[in-house]
Write a protein that binds this ligand. Structure first.
Ligand code: SLL
Length: 147
């Protein structure tokens, strides 16, 4: 499609993870966690996204998790922190290359001397960001402005 000269459009996103400690353990797994991509207040972002891949550490079975529809999230249990690559693909009419986000999965609460973190309190590690599209195709612009 034809690209729209001089047009820049940004879409807010939120991504990252929450984690809780497993209190009843029957393996070496210490935490349950969820990594996700969504709109800032949990809004839908699927109207301009084709698919989302979460690349987990190779110690996970089928470590490349692919989602063609929301919710774009993976819930797992495990024992360690590692970097998750979230690769966002846009619809073919967009002519856009995929965008990769790098996120450190966080399981452990921040160190606060003299303070203890309640056992059942989730650890949050997520971020607000925006995806910026320069000179989108007319077709993609129509999709981006639909939401
Ligand atoms: C570390 N470099 O040593 C990191 C790697 C990998 C975590 C962490 C696997 C869970 C499962 C899992 O939690 N891997 O076996 O399903 O801390």
């Amino acid at each position: 499609g034809k690209r729209m000269k001089g047009v820049v459009i940004s879409k807010p996103i939120m991504y990252g993870n929450i984690a809780t400690e497993l209190l009843a353990r029957n393996s070496d797994h210490t935490h349950k966690w969820t990594v996700f991509l969504r709109g800032p207040n949990g809004q839908d972002v699927s109207y301009f996204i084709h698919k989302v891949e979460f690349k987990l550490h190779e110690t996970f079975v089928n470590n490349n998790r692919v989602f063609k529809s929301p919710p774009y999230e993976v819930t797992e249990t495990g024992w360690g922190e590692f970097e998750i690559i979230t690769k966002i693909y846009f619809p073919p009419v967009s002519g856009e290359k995929p965008i990769s986000l790098y996120h450190m999965l966080k399981l452990y609460p921040p160190d606060a001397p003299g303070q203890s973190w309640p056992k059942n309190k989730p650890v949050n590690n997520f971020f607000y960001d925006e995806l910026i599209f320069s000179e989108p195709t007319e077709e993609f612009f129509a999709m981006l402005t639909k939401g």
